[in-house]
Design a protein around this ligand. Structure first.
Ligand SMILES: Cc1ncc(COP(=O)(O)O)c(C=O)c1O
Length: 362
């Protein structure tokens, strides 16, 4: 059995990242919370407002190129980050892009959807019960494109496949190198859990390198047993690709589903408070669908007294920030609820403007 690094080297990769993303301590937040809070800035991957997808697409695109694809096809919610970054990837590689998006509550011409149109993807909006269950709609589109003589390549929701998961094995190795350089021994890692592909790859990489702290996933969509089933699916399929023993110990991991809210994308009160807190202590922008939900999970655990002074916590910021513009009404209402006076442009009046405190969220 080869090392993880050697096994990874066997797979070709289309370079879509310029280099490592920053990993550093957030000093104000750490002082505020009494723990050492570190962040991995995967929101700062270089392509089209950044996020986790370029890491995944590096491996997936090597396969698309080998198969002679001329068109990328994907699907997601109306505010899909993955649709934005698949469109961007197509542009970087001179391919056509088609995206199938759900006709959901957050479908305004803002944020991710705006960038998808701007970068010139062909957009199909469809009615669906489940924002992530769109593959049946994609099947028809793939047939249509093939009938036109195109060579479409389908990238599933969230860009998650066993092959693309290698991007977060590589990302996990990068993270571990950076922590070594900073001489930081972690007590926990928090990361969003969507399909669970990136979570599982990070978990696997940490175990491979003998880092035993809990890896904590905050579910943004699914609930219950399905989360663990997803983890097991990615664990065995990625192990197979990398010729690692699929039975090896997963170590300590936790997945929480109580921060989702009503449904995927629900801007819960806790997540809007988390978004506000991070913005006002560190000027790091989170998003209401993934990163602020993850941070809200950490804040809830912190409030329960789980983390003690001096603990080293890392949060992986996987991006998603363009969605804040699509959620502007929710964010505006939340800021008002927390006492921020906002100029009312519609009425054209200044209503009781008060300076806001730098740390209004406890
Ligand atoms: C910003 C962001 N973070 C995290 C995820 C979820 O990643 P995964 O499906 O690997 O769990 C997504 C999925 O689209 C995303 O857009």
């Amino acid at each position: 059995m080869s090392s993880l690094e050697e096994a990874l080297e066997q797979y070709p990769r289309e370079p879509l990242l310029r280099g490592p993303t920053p990993l550093h301590r957030l000093d104000y937040l750490s002082d505020d919370l009494g723990v050492n809070f570190y962040i991995k800035r995967d929101d700062l991957t270089e392509m089209a407002l950044g996020g986790d997808k370029p890491r995944k697409m590096e491996y997936e695109m090597a396969k698309a190129v080998a198969e002679g694809a001329d068109t990328l096809v994907t699907c997601g919610s109306a505010q899909s980050n993955h649709a934005r970054l698949t469109t961007a990837t197509a542009r970087k590689m001179g391919l056509k892009a088609y995206v199938v998006l759900s006709n959901d509550e957050y479908k305004s011409f803002q944020g991710n959807l705006l960038t998808v149109y701007l970068m010139g993807a062909e957009v199909r909006i469809v009615d669906t019960e489940d924002h992530w269950d769109l593959e049946k709609h994609v099947t028809d589109l793939l047939e249509e494109l093939k009938a036109k003589g195109l060579k479409p390549y389908f990238v599933p929701v969230s860009g998650s496949t066993p092959l693309s998961s290698l991007g977060y094995v590589r990302g996990g190795l990068e993270m571990i190198r950076q922590l070594d350089e900073l001489n930081v021994k972690l007590d926990a890692v928090y990361t969003p859990f969507g399909t669970g592909a990136s979570f599982t790859s990070i978990l696997m990489t940490m175990r491979d390198k003998g880092i035993e702290c809990p890896v904590i996933g905050i579910s943004v969509n699914r609930k219950g047993e399905r989360l663990r089933e997803n983890l097991e699916h990615w664990w065995s399929s990625v192990s197979e690709l990398l010729k690692q023993d699929p039975t090896r110990d997963r170590g300590k991991y936790e997945i929480y589903d109580e921060f989702v809210g009503r449904e995927y994308g629900d801007p819960t009160e806790a997540c809007l408070d988390a978004l506000m807190k991070m913005a006002r202590t560190e000027a790091v922008l989170l998003d209401p669908v993934y990163s602020a939900k993850t941070f809200s999970g950490f804040l809830a655990h912190h409030k329960e007294g789980r983390w003690k002074k001096g603990d080293n916590i890392l949060m992986v910021h996987t991006g998603g920030v363009p969605a804040i513009f699509a959620y502007h009404k929710f964010i505006e209402a939340h800021l008002k609820k927390r006492g921020v006076a906002i100029y009312d442009f519609e009425l054209n009046k200044k209503d009781d403007i008060r300076p806001s405190s730098p740390h209004p969220v406890s």
